[in-house]
Design a protein around this ligand. Structure first.
Ligand code: NAD
Length: 291
């Protein structure tokens, strides 16, 4: 099946990035959110990010104008019923995602493929709440979407081959690289990345190293572009904790237990960059380690 129209649910951090890259690749986009403000901010941010790409000579002014022209927004979820592929990128809460799919299903064309950008919720479970588990899969972009090359494609237990092939074709047309994962907690990236971040927090908790010495060790000693604590602040400590809990609950192995210090930061509301403070304090000119 040829995909041309893509529906995006959720115009937050991820939704706007997904709309941006899909529109640049020539797809027609219909993006929805429950908040008009979110749609307006997403449209403004996409314009700003495209302009930055023009100023860096990554794309032309014509590419930018064409991409902007391909993005439409709506507050009505049923309008997405006529798209060929839906990418759900709403808030990471299972009840929200399930309600979205249940509301959307009666309006869908029979051939529309449904996908979720979830970082951790079971694809098989989300699929089972729709009328088309064989046409449902995980389409997991990385943040920030315009910059990151990888898309994880996750098959639910029922996902059929034509659905997988159609989604793979979209990833290819975006110029990104697909990695295929089976539907187990954390998929591939977060299954490996989050225990490393959690171990870095244990290293800090046990006093083996300071924030700075842990980050510099991984940057210069393992050639990572960012230290694990810097990266945790960038992702959001609440998100890191939520994913560790999914690994711990879903795999029932104590090796995934979240570090108590990570829990404490989240309880304090020190969630990383987005709240101004995490393992670093971002409220001044330069980030300052908080331990
Ligand atoms: P966000 O909070 O920035 O955006 C979520 C958006 O969903 C908001 O604009 C909100 O208004 C909207 N929304 C909530 N309920 C809705 C509904 N019923 N109908 C329509 N819109 C609704 O979140 P985000 O960081 O963009 O994350 C979105 C998804 O992407 C989550 O599933 C998350 O796990 C996943 N993800 C996030 C990252 C990341 O680093 N932030 C990376 C990969 C995947």
């Amino acid at each position: 099946m040829e995909i041309q129209r893509i529906g995006i649910v959720g115009a937050g951090q991820m939704g706007n990035g997904i709309a941006h890259v899909c529109a640049l690749a020539g797809y027609d986009i219909l993006m929805t959110d429950m908040s008009q403000d979110a749609l307006d901010s997403a449209t403004a941010l996409i314009g700003k990010n495209l302009e930055r790409q023009v100023s860096r000579e990554k794309i032309s002014k014509d590419d930018m104008a064409l991409a902007i022209g391909r993005i439409k927004t709506t507050l009505k979820l049923p309008d997405l019923g006529q798209t060929d592929l839906v990418i759900e990128a709403a808030t990471e809460r299972e009840t929200i995602k399930t309600a979205i799919f249940e509301d959307l299903v009666p309006h869908l064309k029979p051939e529309t493929i449904l996908t979720s950008n979830t970082s951790s919720i079971s694809i098989t479970r989300l699929a089972s709440r729709t009328d088309r588990p064989e046409k449902f899969m995980g389409f997991h972009f990385m943040n920030p979407v315009p910059v990151m090359q990888l898309v994880e494609l996750i098959r639910g237990i029922a996902t059929d081959e034509p659905t997988f092939a159609a989604c793979h074709k979209v990833v290819d047309r975006l110029g990104k690289t697909a990695a295929t994962a089976e539907d187990f907690p954390g998929f591939i990236v977060n299954r490996i990345l989050m225990p490393m971040i959690n171990e870095a927090v244990y290293t800090l908790y046990e006093g083996v190293g300071s924030v700075q010495s842990i980050d510099v060790s991984l940057r210069l000693g393992a050639n990572h572009p960012m230290g694990p604590l810097e990266l945790a602040d960038f992702i959001g400590l609440d998100t890191c904790l939520a994913i560790m809990n999914v690994l711990h609950d879903g795999l029932a192995d104590t090796k995934y237990r979240p570090c108590p210090l990570l829990t404490k930061y989240v309880e304090a509301g020190w969630l990383g960059r987005k709240s101004g403070r995490g393992f670093y304090d971002y409220r001044g000119d330069e980030p300052v380690p908080t331990r």
